[in-house]
Design a protein. Structure first.
Length: 239
């Protein structure tokens, strides 16, 4: 089980406190949030300092920018809206070294301890220890999920219940629960990890029982909102 929380702002202390609270991974969302490259690099460095993985959702599909995030220390990349085998294969080509893909070699980033490792040992480590996570967020992706899960170099599937739920409500072709089960079955078949956000009461247990390993249950928006509302009620209690 991978305990995961979400951050979308430049808050170095969040990295520290997430690690100390027992979380294994931080989902760093750059699809819907904006940070400078230097801010991203700093958060990645903090993640290494506090020994917690960062799963980075990038705002781009540009090949060299994708693997730059890995060079700067991201443990994995999560790519939104992967609905076809062809897109999954292009992503493997971009972020995995040969023989799996065609990622460019630098061997001088934070991930390589700034050029102290043999190149062949480094690329073997990178292919084994950094991961590619693809998001299943459309009905088309659910239909193609067995083939997507079969792609070598795709390490994890991530259910995006916001986008997927929106589209399934519009199409009416299946429920979100049915989609979760189809995705879970494909991952079991191909021995791939999967997960997603699980905030609703009881949903963490439900998805864990399906076999989900990456469980996301907290983010700074949810925390701020909840605590601010709770603390605001203290004013109402004053006499």
């Amino acid at each position: 089980m991978i305990r995961t929380c979400v951050v979308g702002h430049y808050i170095p202390a969040y990295v520290c406190h997430a690690a100390r609270a027992g979380y294994d991974c931080i989902w760093l969302d750059l699809e819907h949030r904006s940070m400078t490259m230097r801010e991203v690099e700093a958060l990645l460095a903090f993640s290494h300092l506090y020994d917690i993985d960062i799963l980075l959702r990038p705002p781009t599909l540009e090949k060299t920018k994708l693997y730059r995030y890995l060079e700067d220390g991201a443990a994995g990349l999560m790519i939104p809206h992967v609905s076809t085998v062809e897109k999954a294969e292009l992503l493997v080509d971009a972020v995995k070294f040969p023989p799996l893909g065609d990622r460019g070699l630098d061997n001088a980033g934070l991930d390589a301890d700034f050029h102290i490792h043999d190149a062949d040992e480094y690329i073997a480590w990178a292919n084994r220890e950094t991961f590619l996570c693809v998001q299943i967020e459309t009905p088309e992706a659910v239909k193609n999920v067995d083939a997507i899960a079969a792609v070598e170099g795709v390490d994890m599937l991530f259910v995006g219940p916001g986008d997927l739920g929106l589209r399934l409500r519009q199409s009416g072709e299946m429920s979100l629960d049915e989609a979760w089960e189809i995705i879970a079955a494909a991952c079991r078949k191909h021995n791939k990890a999967f997960g997603g956000p699980m905030v609703a009461e009881g949903e963490m247990q439900k998805r864990k029982d399906q076999g989900a390993q990456l469980l996301v249950n907290n983010g700074e928006f949810h925390s701020w909102s909840t605590v601010l509302q709770q603390d605001s009620l203290k004013f109402d209690a004053l006499r």
